[in-house]
Design a protein around this ligand. Structure first.
Ligand SMILES: Nc1ncnc2c1ncn2[C@@H]1O[C@H](COP(=O)(O)OP(=O)(O)OP(=O)(O)O)[C@@H](O)[C@H]1O
Ligand SMILES: [Mg+2]
Length: 238
């Protein structure tokens, strides 16, 4: 079966500074795939290249059989790619419901848009309870749920998340990882970058460790967790 997302030989530079040097990565339908690696390894840049926020110099990014490298970011939701950027970015002055609606601004059918909002509320009952609140008043964990919910509004075939657990309290880290697993169990396909590498790999069918813009390790989540070199380098030893 062809991959849902296939990245081959990806090279990206910011100005004169090259940061990715031929990265390869595959995501099959139904998988959770994690990208791990130290700060500055290029994890976010891989994601940004996929969603049209970093210019691709070389290589292919094929999504669902279509070459998408260097397509503009704003068409990604319509192609079936949902993106949750790093940092829980929500529209602070807007209500929870309006934030969700923004995730489906391309959906002109208001009935379908409302149905999508209801589905997100079923997924995240906490957001339903707070639906009339401005997003800026939510806790960090609730804002992250909202950012994820917004990315689900167009019913994406691939959900890409950059550091979904970063900066959250331990309680909310658990909530977010539980939600990611629930999304997989509902048949969604996820590609995520995570600092919390052990937690991410436990959940993942496949993982990639990047270093200085190169692939360093690629294997099943289980095998990476059991690999002594991976443990020493990325999982704090032991
Ligand atoms: N907009 C930019 N302009 C110039 N250099 C950038 C830009 N964004 C990232 N970089 C550089 O590219 C390299 C890779 O950055 P990237 O954000 O992809 O790393 P990362 O693995 O996501 O790191 P972190 O774990 O800190 O989020 C770093 O050296 C970074 O300084
Ligand atoms: Mg990053």
């Amino acid at each position: 079966m062809p991959s849902l997302l296939s990245i081959r030989g990806l090279e990206v530079a910011y100005g004169a500074v090259q940061v990715l040097f031929g990265v390869n990565l595959e995501v099959q339908t139904g998988e959770i795939v994690a990208i791990i690696g130290p700060n500055g390894a290029g994890k976010s840049t891989v994601i940004k290249a996929v969603v049209g926020l970093a210019a691709v110099q070389q290589g292919q990014i094929v999504f669902d059989g279509r070459e998408i490298a260097n397509l503009p970011a704003h068409i990604m939701p319509a192609l079936g790619i949902g993106y949750v950027p790093q940092g829980r970015i929500v529209f602070a002055q807007m209500t929870v419901t309006d934030n969700l609606e923004m995730g489906a601004f391309l959906q002109k059918d208001s009935v379908k848009r409302r149905q999508a909002v209801q589905q997100v509320f079923e997924q995240f009952p906490r957001l339903y309870e707070r639906r009339h609140q401005p997003a800026g008043k939510l806790s960090g964990g609730e804002q992250q749920m909202l950012a994820i919910g917004r990315a689900l509004m167009m019913n994406p075939r691939l959900v890409i998340l950059d550091e979904p657990s970063l900066g959250l309290s331990p309680k909310y880290v658990d909530v977010i990882f539980d939600q990611l697993l629930a999304l997989k169990q509902q048949g969604r396909t996820l590609l995520m970058v995570e600092q919390n590498a052990a937690r991410a790999l436990e959940l993942s069918d496949r993982g990639y460790a990047l270093e200085l813009g190169h692939n360093r390790f690629a294997d099943s989540g289980e095998k990476l967790l059991a690999n002594p070199d991976v443990r020493r380098m990325y999982l704090g030893g032991a």
